[in-house]
Every structure is written in structure tokens, then in C-alpha cells.
Design a protein around this ligand. Sequence first.
Ligand SMILES: [Zn+2]
Length: 162
Amino acid sequence: MRCPACSQVIQPDRTGKCPLCGFPARELNRKVTTIYATTSAIFFSTLVYALLVYLMRTAHTAQPTPVANTMFWLAIGLSVADGVAMLVVNNITVKAALCEVPAILGLCVFFLSGEVAEFVALLGISVALFVLLAAKIPSYINQIEQKAIQEWQQQQPEDRSW
Ligand SMILES: [Zn+2]
């Protein structure tokens, strides 16, 4: 792996530290891997809803009603608010969970109306939010690395700085 502190390709020692500079590289690496694993898991769970609707599209026989129609537009409104909340929130796992919300609402609307197109519209909002999130992940990871390096440098004994 590459040590984020000294930018060298290294093999962490027994304690997970960089043998060149002493930065706890393995711990940070684990943290980054967890972020990728969690966000991917949330994304794939969203695809499960799509599969569910695909399998149920003929078996589920609900009829479009005025109530179902109101619920659809309510779901669209909530999804837009959800998208705004996602841009404001800082935690990446919370962001990913918020990306999933429109698809969940879409599933509820589908159960009410039986309209696959309404689910697809809401799923589309989810996918768009996930695309936005995916574009942000590299800079988010970079932020985490910089913060970890900074904290580590502050913990170093004074004589290391000169
Ligand atoms: Zn290093």
C-alpha cells in the first residue's frame, strides 16, 4: 500500500505502522476500505428494490387512485428535500443512506399505485444522488487522510519537528 504520510509504497510493520515514517497506515487503510464497502453495500441494496419491483410488476395489481397519485408527488417533494439534506450532511455513510431514500419511497408508491413508471422516476433520483456521491468520494477520502496525518503529526514528540 501507499503510505499517505510519506507517499512511499510500503509494507506496514507488525503494528500496522509505516516502517519509514511510523504513520499508522494500516488503520487508515482499514477506515477507507470500510467507507467503500459501506457505500457500495447501500448502493446495491437500492438495486434490490429495483429487482423486487421488476419481479412483482405483473403479480402486484394495485390500481392508480387519487391518494396514490398524491403520495407520488409527495414522494417526489420529499426526495428533493432529501437530496438537499444529502448535500449538507458531512458524514459519508449518512449521505449514502440519504441517497437510498427516494428508492424506498418509490417502492412504497409502487405498492400503492402499481405504477412501475412512478417507481422508476424515484429510483432515478436515487441513482442521480449516488452518482453525485461517487464523484465526491475521492476528495472525501483525501480529507480523511489529511486529517489523520495532521492528528498524527500533532501527537509526535517535539524533537521530531526539528
Ligand atoms: Zn510513511
